[in-house]
Design a protein around this ligand. Sequence first.
Ligand SMILES: [Zn+2]
Length: 194
Amino acid sequence: MEQGYKLRCPSCETESMTTSYTEYQVEHFGSVLLNVSSCQRCGYKHSDVMTLTNREPIAVTARINSVEDLNMHVIKSGTATIMIPEFGATITPGPYSEGYISNVEGVLQRLEDALIFMLSSAKGKQLKKGERMLKKIRHAREVKPRFTLVIKDPFGNSTLVAKDPRKLRRRRLTRRELMSAKFGEYALEQKSYH
Ligand SMILES: [Zn+2]
């Protein structure tokens, strides 16, 4: 399923954005729409994923123990936070946070790219901390993957997909977690949460 029409670009403010939707069927999850918008004038790009059903605020945790686990699929919406406690990494969604469909390897790649960008202007303690994190990520990608990946989404539009479902743990976010999560207050507003 794909369609295209021109939208106003938030960057150059002309009617030059085309947008497309691609539908994916995700095992044990359902239908996911990947939306990619790009501006033909200034090159601005944005993507997000959404689902068509009403979902619960969730946390999905995967234990990554092997190179094969790096192929686990990751569906991350624009409202999801990704955490890798062993690296001290928390990636919270910004106002224009992107959603994407990728795999664990792709998440590490994005994290590495963001870190390298950040390190180019970091100093002192922050620089040391960032360099340590970068070393851990590279070690995990190239030598020995051994870490925990957590994805939390107040709207439940994100998930992890593993060949072996026993590698995953799924639970509903607590009210307290929702209150401190980015975008969590909107989820609380949207439905009564007990
Ligand atoms: Zn533009």
